[in-house]
Write a new protein. Structure first.
Lengths: 329, 329
DNA sequence: CTGAAAGCGCTTACAG
DNA sequence: CTGAAAGCGCTTACAG
């Protein structure tokens, strides 16, 4: 059995309260007894039991990240930023995965009720306005990433603007029949991007044609996969007339799309979305989302709120940046 | 304040023991009182407090994944498998990140002592034989992934064999001056792969030349990055005489290497390692590690051990499979 | 600076 | 089928 504060207290000839104090950095312990306790603790390999600490102090010292698809490029990058911040602040990280099998809201409530963490980072979790409002009752610090709601701190990217810029750049190159290689159309990021795409077209007197919005058939990860990009591009390349350029809703889909063009031996300019690290190496023009920064900043934001629950709610919206590489040459 | 079993017990006019029993699926509760309790619980939005449960029952119902670099392709894929298994078994997932800043062993001990989980999955954590042995004293279920030790269950891939096969396939194509594009040479996977590479050469009477083993200069993520691959390939392409083929220690480095070849306008056949999803789409020949399966299987293994601590230790070693695509045409 | 004691929200023999 | 009670390993006013 692992050592407890009782064991240490006994060996040191003090009370458990005193032992507890030295591990809580409470000032009020004499240097002598502090030293003695620390020595004994070291000797027996003592380490506080996290659950007991959590229960007694009502603090878990952990931040939970709630996310729908864990092995996803966007999430990976955001997580990198979260980790950097958390490590710096000495919090534990826990990850909770929302599956597609059950209702999202139910799962979200479930995880909040367990009180496994002191603060929550919701990444790409999309709920109705009303549902978000309902969650306020749990009265726990929550920061939204890639989602927006007036009652919570949030960090997101202007998807509409990003799609607008990407489409606009294609229009500026003289293209008019521009396909939109989409993922699951009902998903939040996609519907926003469709709007931006549409706006750019209309502003330039180019008719918006629904049939130019094409998705793949695989719905794994909502279609944000190489495969889905490949499938969609195959469809695009068989359209008549052939679109003269294509905006892809993610870089990873663009990778599949490029392969499709190669296989079909037809090439049209394409632009991606995200700027995952790899994009640079395959020469993919894209729209950069500062994913790592978003994670870092959101975590900072959450910790601030945990320390000061009454601070004003802040909405941070990044404007995505256009990155031009060889795929649109 | 959130509802507790005391609140429910009071409203239902029963003891807390009874309330506790219905949430623990203990058989011994009458249908009538069970129903009543469940109704009240629903009404007040009750959910057991995980920490209190954990402390009282000495069970945390969570599995912790301990990993050095979280945002890494290999890990991502393995994690996918872990999640599938865990979801099926209703365990919580926690992730602990070992940083390069402090000593690995210290951090590992630290996390074990907190008792945050009932079982641990160590991914790509490499320690001395003796250190692993020391950890046995914590007497907690641990399964090793991508590492091997006699005292623990483990799931790994035969790296030497994989490198051997890759190199051999290049030799079979008639190449003799084969470069090895490496990452951090002192890392476990790399040193194993160097061995396999060497073995293939020697078996075919090709001299082993140290200078053909080249790494990039960036050491971020131990060199398993696009950038590091790019840098290394630039060096390889300026060698005189030019190597006639190249084996890369990971697919992600191969992506960088391909870009370097394109920029330098020199192309030599290359083969990667891992078979990340993307490899298929860029036509990269590679050595497949069944990453997702490894995660799935390792988790199964860990859960089995958690349920039966005295079961025999098992070592599972996958043999990597060669996948030939256009990069070695 | 230190200790006794109550409490955090559960679980689980034990007794009935 | 149900309850009283001890215990899980800590924290934290309160009193001295």
């Amino acid at each position: 059995m692992a050592a407890t504060i009782y064991d240490i207290a006994e060996k040191a000839g003090v009370s458990i309260a005193t032992v507890s104090r030295v591990f809580n950095k409470s000032a009020n312990v004499s240097a002598k007894t502090r030293k003695k306790i620390l020595e004994i603790a070291e000797e027996v390999g003592y380490h506080p039991h996290a659950y007991a600490q959590g229960l007694a102090s009502r603090k878990t010292n952990t931040v939970m990240v709630v996310v729908p698809v864990i092995s996803n490029y966007f999430f990976m990058e955001v997580l990198g930023g979260i980790q950097d911040k958390l490590a710096e602040q000495n919090y534990e990280l826990s990850i909770y995965n929302i599956t597609g099998k059950k209702d999202t809201f139910t799962q979200v409530e479930h995880v909040l009720r367990k009180r496994l963490a002191e603060g929550y980072l919701f990444i790409s979790i999309h709920l109705d306005n009303e549902k978000w409002t309902q969650l306020k009752k749990y009265n726990v610090p929550i920061t939204l990433v890639d989602e927006h709601h007036d009652s919570y701190d949030s960090v997101s990217v202007d998807n509409k603007q990003g799609a607008y810029r990407a489409t606009k750049s294609l229009i500026n190159e003289g293209f008019t029949r521009i396909a939109l290689l989409a993922a699951l159309k009902s998903s939040k990021p996609i519907s926003d991007r469709i709007e931006g795409y549409k706006k750019a077209l209309l502003e330039n007197d180019i008719p918006f044609r629904k049939e130019l919005i094409v998705s793949g058939d695989s719905d794994y990860r909502d279609g944000f996969t190489e495969r889905s990009g490949y499938e969609a591009m195959i469809k695009i390349l068989t359209m008549d007339p052939l679109p003269d350029a294509c905006f892809c809703s993610s870089d990873i889909q663009a990778v599949g799309a490029m392969k499709a063009m190669q296989d079909a031996d037809i090439e049209i300019p394409i632009i991606g979305y995200d700027d995952i690290e790899l994009a640079e190496y395959i020469g993919l023009s894209t729209v950069r989302q500062p994913m790592k920064d978003m994670g870092f900043f959101a975590t900072q934001n959450l910790i601030d709120r945990m320390n000061n629950p009454s601070k004003a709610i802040s909405q941070t919206i990044y404007t995505p940046e256009l990155i031009i590489r060889s795929s649109t040459d």
